[in-house]
Write a protein that binds this ligand. Structure first.
Ligand code: ZN
Length: 268
């Protein structure tokens, strides 16, 4: 099933199930618990990020060719960091380049986002995918100057500015994507494709990540895992390709769809 979250005419967030064609049917209940699809058509005023993450866990350096392009050594264990959940941004809404705590090196990262459906802990690799509600597209927007020079030696600062976590446009339930490590994913800026690769290049695949992240650690339902980005990021290009006001960034993942966001400056 393809699930969207949207604003109703009354200004409320609502879930719906996309149907063939362009219609969607209202979902009643809790998508993390009991729910059912009604026969009532959804009137989508505005599309929202498909979930409000309980937490946003990210994996760095998880694609072989991306690790190579950043001249980092292939990690022995997943490289884990957290991204501010308040950085969430909806499909179609702008990525805002920080001007107050100014950045001149804002970059894109297409990522397969895994949504945990059932609270879990100490999950085995073999049973990991049973805990996944579904998958969506994420963009791990990163201010490289704040990540590398001004972030105190860690990545949270540079990856947690407002609007730096676009997510969407839909959640595709796990049953429709039995092989999350066989998906093509890409980033296009304006008309130029800058990343175009496959989730099969992950160093730690989705089941391995869930086993590792849930080890001695509860993953609440609604946890979103950004699983890393392939090579081709703006930072690694010659010359670097930083996002600029007026750009449009589109993350595409096979079987999920396209997440598009314009780029603007932070309001003064
Ligand atoms: Zn990333």
């Amino acid at each position: 099933m393809k699930i969207i979250r949207y604003l109703t005419r009354a200004g409320q967030a609502q879930y719906a199930s996309e149907q063939p064609g362009s219609s969607a049917l209202i979902i009643e209940g809790d998508i993390f618990g009991e729910y059912h699809v009604t026969s009532r058509r959804a009137e989508v005023v505005k599309l929202l990020a498909p979930v409000v993450p309980a937490q946003l866990i990210c994996i760095g350096l998880n694609y072989r060719r991306h690790a190579e392009e950043t001249k980092a050594k292939i990690p022995d264990f997943p490289v884990v960091f957290f991204k501010n959940v308040a950085a969430l941004q909806h499909p179609g809404e702008p990525i805002r380049i920080p001007t107050h705590l100014a950045s001149h090196e804002v970059d894109f990262e297409c990522e397969l986002a895994v949504v945990i459906g059932k609270t879990c802990k100490n999950v085995s690799r073999a049973r990991a995918l049973e805990h996944v509600l579904g998958y969506t597209c994420g963009n791990d927007v990163s201010a490289r100057d704040w990540q590398r020079q001004f972030g105190g030696g860690q990545w949270c600062r540079g990856k947690s500015f407002d609007t730096f976590a676009p997510l969407g446009p839909r959640l595709v339930t796990a049953g429709e994507i039995p092989h999350p490590n066989a998906l093509r994913l890409a980033t296009r800026v304006n008309d130029e494709t800058l990343q175009d690769w496959s989730t099969s290049d992950m160093i730690f695949d989705v089941p391995t990540l869930i086993e590792f992240l849930s080890g001695s650690t509860t993953l609440p339902a609604g946890t979103v895992i950004f699983t890393g980005t392939p090579h081709g990021v703006g930072m690694a290009r010659t010359p670097p390709r930083w996002l600029r006001p007026g750009d449009t960034v589109t993350v595409t993942i096979e079987a999920i769809g396209e997440l598009t966001n314009p780029v603007m400056l932070e309001d003064a």
